[in-house]
Design a protein. Structure first.
Length: 377
């Protein structure tokens, strides 16, 4: 009896310790969720060091030059989104963050930043503007960065580039029967396309232009052709000829796509988030995680998902933070931020284990805005 009591006491102590650990790692969650100025400033300061750094593909270690280039590029994109979201939430940050945004955009437009896309296509994306190649793996992400930059600073020196990129993608999407553009030759990923879908909504809100019919068609294509009817999640990759799924529904792609869609189609973003919540999210002793693959299927981790541990995906778990804030889900935000903090190794506001991409993602995701804030621009 005494041994059983000791074991029970030890178990209770362990569970309380885990809960305490989750509470400590989520200690800033409410301040971030509520958009408190100092909490957002701390995230911005963590990003400032990376924004000013001379990063290149050698600072990433995926094992493949193309993916290293993608990670470098996405680090800059997420920095732009974080600076833009915080500038719009706190106008006193606008001037400072507009300068940071321009600095990040300069880096995104540099030849080195375009190298991963140029190597895949054999052509430079900016030289191909107005042509017959999509380049959505570069231009889609760039279009979102340029559009939110214009929302912060309508007279930004990057406005002309924003208009050129937008014209190209609108032209390509309008002529495309699949409703999706190619990331690389012969490769089509719904998530990459949602960067442009988000950008066109911000563009219309800022400029007063009306691409409503195209936006509706693009969203409808995601809803009816590229969303798994059983799980409600998006397929990760589809056939460029007929749109048939080549990779099943995934948590990481769906969560990231839903975040990008929050800039343009709040209803679809929320619908995807509800699908994630219905079958993919788990909360244990204060920590939140998200599955990478639906419960009835399975798979290994890859460059998109990050490590997959007992079915729970690192990338999917982190991406949910942005959705939880955008759609007002405080408890999920708190639980997933605790997990991200625990595994990221927080040191002086930065995350030692996440590197520049990890800090950039947390900056953008913890400061995500409700879809209504973009519609009102």
């Amino acid at each position: 009896m005494r041994r059983a009591s000791s074991l029970l006491a030890a178990l209770i102590g362990f569970l309380l310790a885990v809960r305490g650990l989750a509470a400590w790692h989520g200690r800033d969650a409410d301040a971030l969720f509520d958009g408190e100025l100092e909490a957002q400033r701390e995230r911005a300061r963590a990003m400032d060091a990376w924004t000013g750094a001379d990063l290149d593909r050698g600072d990433f270690s995926t094992g493949a030059a193309r993916f290293d280039g993608e990670w470098l590029f996405v680090t800059r994109l997420m920095a732009v989104l974080g600076y833009a979201q915080t500038a719009l939430e706190h106008p006193e940050l606008r001037a400072e963050h507009a300068a940071r945004i321009d600095e990040s955009l300069d880096a995104m437009l540099a030849p080195e930043a375009r190298a991963f896309d140029r190597e895949a296509w054999g052509r430079d994306a900016l030289s191909d503007l107005g042509g017959a190649r999509d380049h959505v793996g570069y231009l889609g992400y760039l279009s979102l960065a340029l559009a939110v930059a214009r929302a912060v600073s309508p007279t930004s020196r990057h406005v002309e580039m924003e208009e050129r990129v937008m014209r190209h993608l609108v032209q390509r999407a309008s002529a495309n029967e699949l409703g999706l553009l190619e990331t690389y030759p012969g490769e089509v990923y719904p998530t990459d396309n949602t960067t442009f879908f988000g950008a066109i909504g911000v563009h219309d809100a800022v400029t007063g232009e009306d691409h409503g019919a195209l936006r509706a068609r693009l969203s409808r294509s995601l809803e009816t052709r590229y969303r798994d009817p059983r799980t409600g999640l998006l397929y990760q990759r589809v056939d460029p000829d007929d749109g048939a799924p080549l990779d099943g529904p995934r948590g990481s792609g769906t969560a990231l796509a839903a975040y990008f869609l929050s800039f343009s189609d709040g209803a679809l973003s929320l619908a995807l988030y509800r699908s994630l919540r219905a079958g993919m999210l788990t909360r244990t002793l204060g920590f939140g995680t998200a599955r990478e693959y639906p419960a009835a299927s399975g798979g290994w981790g890859d460059v998109d998902s990050g490590p997959v541990i007992l079915g729970q995906g690192v990338s999917a778990t982190g991406f949910v933070i942005g959705l939880a804030r955008a759609h007002g889900d405080r408890e999920t935000f708190r639980a997933h931020l605790a997990t991200a903090s625990f595994f990221g190794g927080p040191v002086d506001g930065r995350h030692a284990l996440g590197g520049p991409l990890g800090d950039a993602l947390l900056f953008a995701l913890t400061t995500a805005l409700p879809p209504s804030r973009w519609e009102a621009r």
